[in-house]
Design a protein around this ligand. Structure first.
Ligand code: HEC
Length: 344
């Protein structure tokens, strides 16, 4: 059996990741200030990275091409990969071609669908294509550290807002139909929430919802923003920290979604070994078994004896005095706020 990762360490890492100075090596530039200010670039490559960032990081902060996650990511993934940048030869560098919309691949333009020069013209970015070309002509040699692993790089990060939405639906046995009707032919003509609008949270650039009509409750998208989700369609970058608005949204979302999961007929996601007729007095074994199974389901590892006891005595039992339904919603929601749930 695996040893549970110490919860405190995970918690400390999150707060570290969230408060670490922006714009320094290996930390995402959450607060980059284009006018200089507190975020001086650490060299030529960093100047270019920070200059391009407003146009690119909406899509390239995470995922399989996280070029803008850090200077190291930028250098490793983009600058010193000759597929993208040919030292001394801007015309044959795909990066420049992408900015000009003339690249040969399936994506001729970056950002997709919007000429980079337009972003310069309307003030979205200040770094010009000519400056990028000049930099490639005199590309600095690759720093030696690119070869060496960086012991200070973070290995724990918060879940992205997308991951939270998708994995929580999955874990709680919920589907889109629990929040919006996906089958009513008349959906364009009325407000579209079902089950009393169980605090639906949904990315603004995903279907359904992309039309702003299907998910007629605009708060669905606002909550997703609050959770730290970005929206490349409107150039809003994701928030890689985990601040108070994200925490508050997750609390509300966890309570509403756990309630829906408990109330949903024949959903065994939360109530696997118990029914709402079982109580700690009548059927203590079933309650204990379900508690441990739920912990394992939500956090991916079994609880230690101490944690199982704490969850039972401090969360389940006091709430059971109100009702078993409330107790299971409370246990479920408390697991979602656990550092092991929030981090990856
Ligand atoms: C709206 C989202 C979005 C924005 C903004 C964006 N990209 Fe991309 N980028 C993509 C997608 C999607 C791909 C292709 C999918 C993949 O390979 O991951 C991609 C691929 C790339 C690639 C790899 C191309 C290849 O063929 O290997 C590079 C390099 C790149 N982007 C650079 C940039 C730069 C530089 C910017 C800013 C000027 C930028 N992107 C802005 C979405 C975006």
């Amino acid at each position: 059996m695996s040893t549970p990762r110490p919860m405190l360490r995970a918690a400390a890492l999150i707060s570290l990741a969230l408060t670490a100075g922006a714009c320094t090596e290996n930390k995402p530039d959450v607060t980059y200030d284009p006018d200089g200010g507190s975020c001086a670039p650490s060299g030529r490559n960093d100047e270019i990275r920070l200059g391009l960032a407003p146009a690119c990081e909406g899509c390239h902060l995470t995922g399989n091409k996280p070029f803008f996650a850090s200077l190291t990511a930028f250098e490793n993934g983009l600058v010193y990969d000759e597929r993208y940048v040919k030292p001394g030869d801007p015309d044959n560098s795909m990066l420049v071609q992408l900015l000009k919309g003339t690249a040969a691949g399936s994506y001729p333009q970056m950002p997709p669908g919007q000429p980079y020069n337009e972003l310069v013209a309307n003030g979205h970015v200040s770094l010009t294509t000519a400056q990028v070309e000049a930099w490639i002509r005199e590309l600095p040699p690759a720093p030696a550290r690119l070869e060496a692993p960086d012991p200070e790089a973070f290995s724990v990060r918060r879940l992205s807002a997308e991951e939270m939405v998708v994995s929580l639906m999955e874990q709680l046995g919920l589907t889109l139909e629990d929040f919006v009707s996906t089958s009513d032919p008349n959906w364009r003509n009325k407000p579209y929430v079902v089950n009393g609008g169980k605090l639906f949270v949904w990315p603004g650039d995903w279907a359904p919802g992309i039309s702003n009509e299907y998910v007629s409750d605009s708060r669905s998208v606002e909550r997703f923003d609050a959770l730290g989700g970005g929206n490349p369609l409107v150039y809003r970058k994701r928030d890689v920290g985990f601040g108070p608005s994200a925490a508050q949204t997750l609390v509300q979302m966890s309570q509403a979604w756990c309630a829906r999961a408990v109330d949903k007929k024949s959903n065994t996601a939360v109530l696997r070994y118990v029914t709402l007729a079982d109580t700690s007095a009548k059927n203590p074994d079933a309650v204990q078994k379900n508690l441990r199974a739920l912990y394992l389901r939500m956090l991916g590892q079994p609880p230690s004896e101490a944690e199982a006891k704490e969850l039972y005595e401090k969360v389940y039992v006091p709430l059971e005095a109100q009702s078993p339904r409330i107790a299971w919603i409370g246990v479920c929601a408390s697991l979602i706020r656990h550092p092991l749930w929030i981090t990856y």
